[in-house]
Design a protein around this ligand. Sequence first.
Ligand code: BGC
Length: 757
Amino acid sequence: MKLPKIIIASCLAFSGYSALAQAPGNAKMDAYIKNLMAKMTLEEKIGQLNLPSIGFDVTGPILSQGVEEKIEKGLVGGVFNTYTPNAVRKLQELAIKKSRLKIPLLFGYDVIHGHRTIFPIPLGLAATWDLPLIEKTAHAAAVESTADGINWVFSPMVDIARDPRWGRVSEGAGEDTWLGSKIAGAMVRGYQGNNLRSDEAVLACVKHFALYGAVESGRDYNVVDMSMRKMTETYLPPYKAAVDAGVATVMSSFNEINGVPAAANHWLLTDLLRKQWGFNGMVATDYTAIMELSNHGVGDSATVAKKALVAGNDMDMVSEYFLDHLKKLVQEKKLDVSYIDLACRRVLESKYKLGLFDDPYRNISQARADKEIMNAQKLQLALEAARKSMVLLKNDNQVLPLKANQKIAFVGPMIKNQRDLIGNWSAAGDPKKAVTLWDALQKQYPNNEFTYAKGCNVLDDPALIGRLNPHDAQIVADPKSPADLIKDAVDVAKDADVVVAFVGEPFGMSGEAASRSDISLPSNQVELLKALRATGKPVVLVLMNGRPLTLQWENDNMAAILETWYGGTKAGDAIADVLFGKYNPSGKLSMTFPRSVGQIPIYYSAKSTGRPIDEKQKYTSKYLDIPNTPLYAFGHGLSYTTFAYGDVTLNKIAIKNNESLTATINVRNTGKYDGEETVQLYIRDMVGSVTRPMKELKGFQKIFLKAGESKDVTFTISGADLKFYDIDMKFTNEPGDYKVFIGTSSDNVKEADFKLL
Ligand code: BGC
């Protein structure tokens, strides 16, 4: 039979992958799978590509029907949303005892920032800039997940995000390519370890491939249109970093890219991912993404099933279009069976790598779950991660830390709020186990009579409540009127030395399908803050939210602002520790906080225009109504102490391509508290064959300095750090002038010049 062009191309590619699979070390796996596949019917092979949801579903209607019978018939390759040793064992037994070939199932789940012990949301974890810590949280999540029967997590989410209207910025590491890439690698290592057969390792799944963070207007699931340069320089590297770290699986994304939806994008899933990057694991679609291809305008159900498979997806999450259409397509000679073989093989290889053919139950037991889940060690890690994730945005007159002998009024709907602390995508996290700020205060300061007033409801807007409550927001209006709630708060505030106001977005206001056109605090909360401000007492604003917010009024009127994100299971303890100075905050923003939505997209690594801003000249690049600068820049984050930076000294002012230089700066703790600082290194290439960003993060070091102590911090910069995609899209560097910047945030640095010869 004469194959159409596209099929020939893919068959060639197929032989390439087989060669990979036969590399030493893989020969055993290859033989095992070949032997197994020789016994499989076409239907059973297609069955391996089917990934239905069974159990609790958060992101869509439960569409998968009759999953148990399908497992028995060998028509399911893996499931997601089922966990606990018992539930997993029950389903796995169906596959092992009832299906003809006894092929074990994969058990996937959205373990995004912890499984049962919940760590801060990923945007908060990124604010720690602490790669070993992030890796540890991923590993702890893997240990809890495997103890609960899960062997595949749909994480890390590495979508670069520069539009805080998009609710899913909470799930990723923020705006920066370099930092995002490092975090991607750390998370993959944390989940997978160095041996996937270990009882404590899961398959990681990097998502959402690709460019999902660049959806137009920040509206979820929207289209992406982007130049090849921008995607190559900025958006693709974190996925590539995950691949380089050995990520076992990839999830294709919902969005289209330049006219071709990712789930049907052969260039993306085959040419780039597999051929260029050498990825040889498995690709699963996102939830019903194949079915959604018809809405994108790609074709009817049979057409989109074929396109999705041919593009390079191996597993169909929930649509069941592979199950419904592939066999007939083959019978009608519209699809070459080699595509099914290839995808089936990749699914089986994933199972083999986990050791499921040796032990389909992977040592799961209630005893192991009891030992591992939410044990003291994991709770301690959750506390450490939550403390380190918090970012002190402002602290006038050192109003923080609070002193336990002050009269302090705690006000706000988040103070006793348990539900929101663990945030969105909190997997199997139980909000009832989360420590509220109020509980932590009672425990830590049993003799202190802090006063409390709720001050306002989490939200008063009925339309918004109507959208959030069906999805577990649990927003209940207080029996008191909003005016009475505010009056109570003002009464306690008047009587206090300092007021702590804890407000923010309920968890459903960020995450999936939670785009906002206005990213300010809910208006009823702002009313409360205004009333507190009018008392004349200093107000410490504590924020819980999943995205950068616009906080201009708050910045101008609140004495201090502490960003706590959704801090997870131990959030309340961590917030109390930071407020009272038991922990000196050290978090740094990984995403810019704009002054207004009108500035979006706004990010530190911008390029210069031909008419850089000049306030004295009309025809320069600026707004009439606000400054160009953000409210809080990338890398910003204060400490209770102060750090003074010396000048940057270079050991050489010019290097050749194969050489390196060192840039050293002295950092002194000039305040009264011991503290941690994240010293940031940025570089600018002054002239390029294509224009270059005015600053790009290229390194950082975390240092701990006792009060009064100082330290020289040295970075090594080599020719490799100066590489970029030149005018011919070649990854190289170019001789010329460079600037190096070192400092405490992207907008507060010292600089020096050097040359690449
Ligand atoms: C989300 C994914 C998630 C999947 C499975 C989708 O709606 O986009 O991030 O992994 O659901 O729950």
